[in-house]
Design a protein. Structure first.
Ligand SMILES: *Cc1c(COP(=O)(O)O)cnc(C)c1O
Length: 440
């Protein structure tokens, strides 16, 4: 390893907070589609896609071209939240390709560029619109790490760093949390209607239709419809956090679409710009748009480069069903292959769950296995992450543009890695994972 690939600069100078660098300890240098290249020229297949930020692949040539042209004509890069032609074109494309075909009537709020920024805005406006403070969030939900969003996030690993109390959120069990036979909404409904339950009437309920960081837990369509009914009947706003599950990830633009519900508020970020440039969006039903001018401001609410690639993404992939048809076809392959991996190793008791190209291979019988397989797969040239409260879920999140060949190749690496880890035996064995010694 030459100096270009050395990690000592990061170890010397970057905060201990650094995370993914520990699981994938190389210096990445370039990327295209589903391939990452490190500073030594070694290639890695990407099954992580920036945690769902790169649904259209790395450096998608359509977006790169649009961005270069925009830069070369001196298109405005920063404009606070002033009107720009790039923003106008994005809004019009969003109306044409997302809102109109679905019959949605949402106002668009552009927040600061991170997902947490969008969640903060969504919670704030919901509290303002209802005059109530309590919010219901679910077990294993992930909504970001700024204080308001963190209060709605379940994972104690993140919560314990808050340093202040995380209030005004009531946690309830997500769909499936108490096993397949229990409809967890029975509890919610009973608590809402019982003045002795201790549950303050919430301003809003926030959830992911498919939980990403929490272990790829899928809310069923009937459960979502019942939740919509419960909330609508009582004037509780329903917020769908589509930051990870959205923008085609589950086979439709938003993951909630399959259920037919219409949320009051929707948050989008990660893949909304298409290119990986930071951008966030909050969709508000017009009655919920109770903001006053400038009441929720911020410097970076107009990332015009992001608007350029976001518009290109909508106009390239969302004018017909070819893109989502492709996602569904690859989804069938992914599910079948994962189920085959699980069935061939019954002792593991692995559970395959997910939708679209968002799948988990959950191994509760050995909660260190997924982490070890991820490390071994990286050694063999595949970037794949884990999720779940114990990191017990191997998480499949490839770019939606991945080819069937690449998908099969990556799945082959996963199978080899799984077998290598199982052959090495012992949940504490670290000999295979030298490259990830620093992983938490
Ligand atoms: C990633 C994520 C967030 C937070 O986004 P950041 O850009 O990391 O702040 C919120 N909600 C969900 C569902 C996410 O996956």
């Amino acid at each position: 390893m030459g100096d270009a690939s050395s990690l000592t600069t990061f170890e010397r100078r970057e905060s201990e907070v650094r995370g993914y660098i520990r699981a994938f300890p190389v210096v990445f240098d370039s990327a295209k589609g589903s391939t990452l290249v490190d500073a030594d020229g070694r290639e890695y297949l990407d099954f992580f896609a920036g945690a769902g930020t790169l649904n259209y692949g790395h450096n998608n040539p359509v977006f790169v071209r649009a961005l270069i042209e925009y830069l070369e004509r001196d298109g405005i890069i920063h404009g606070l939240d002033m009107a720009t032609s790039a923003k106008k074109a994005f809004i019009e494309a969003f109306e044409t390709h997302v809102l109109a075909p679905r019959g949605f009537d949402y106002k668009l709020q552009f927040t600061g560029p991170t997902g947490a920024n969008a969640v903060e805005a969504a919670l704030k406006v919901a509290r303002r619109a209802t005059g109530r403070s309590n919010v219901v969030a679910f077990t294993n939900g992930f909504h970001g790490l700024s204080l308001g969003a963190l209060a709605a996030t379940g994972n104690s690993h993140y919560r314990e760093f808050a340093g202040v109390s995380l209030g005004d959120v009531t946690r309830l069990p997500f769909d499936g949390y108490l096993g397949a036979g229990v409809d967890t909404l029975d509890l919610f409904e009973k608590m809402l209607d019982d003045p002795g339950s201790g549950l303050d009437l919430p301003a809003a309920v926030i959830l992911e239709a498919v939980q990403g960081e929490g272990g790829i837990n899928v809310a069923s369509a009937p459960w979502l419809r019942r939740l919509r009914q419960i909330t609508a009947d009582r004037g509780i706003l329903l917020i769908l956090d589509e930051i990870q599950s959205g923008i085609g990830r589950t086979g439709s633009f938003f993951a909630f679409e399959e259920s037919g519900i219409v949320p009051d508020i929707v948050t989008a970020s990660k893949s909304i710009s298409g290119s990986g440039l930071p951008m966030s969006l909050v969709l508000l039903r017009p009655e919920v748009d109770v903001w006053e001018p400038g009441a929720h401001t911020g410097t970076f609410r107009g990332n015009n480069l992001a608007f350029v690639s976001a518009r290109a993404a909508l106009e390239t992939y969302w004018t017909d069903t070819a893109f989502t048809d492709g996602v569904r076809a690859k989804s069938g392959l992914l599910r079948a292959e994962l189920q085959r991996l699980a069935d061939a190793r019954p002792d593991l008791g692995a559970v395959v769950r997910g939708r679209g190209l968002m799948y988990g291979f959950a191994v509760d019988s050995d909660r260190t296995l997924a982490r070890r397989v991820s490390a071994e797969a990286f050694r063999r040239g595949l970037v794949i992450e884990t999720s779940g409260a114990f990191d017990e879920v191997l998480k499949f999140l490839p770019a939606l543009t991945i080819t069937e060949d690449e998908l099969r190749r990556g799945l082959g690496i996963v199978e080899e890695s799984l077998d290598a880890v199982l052959a090495a035996g012992g949940s504490e064995d670290r000999t295979l994972v030298g490259a990830s010694e620093a992983t938490d």
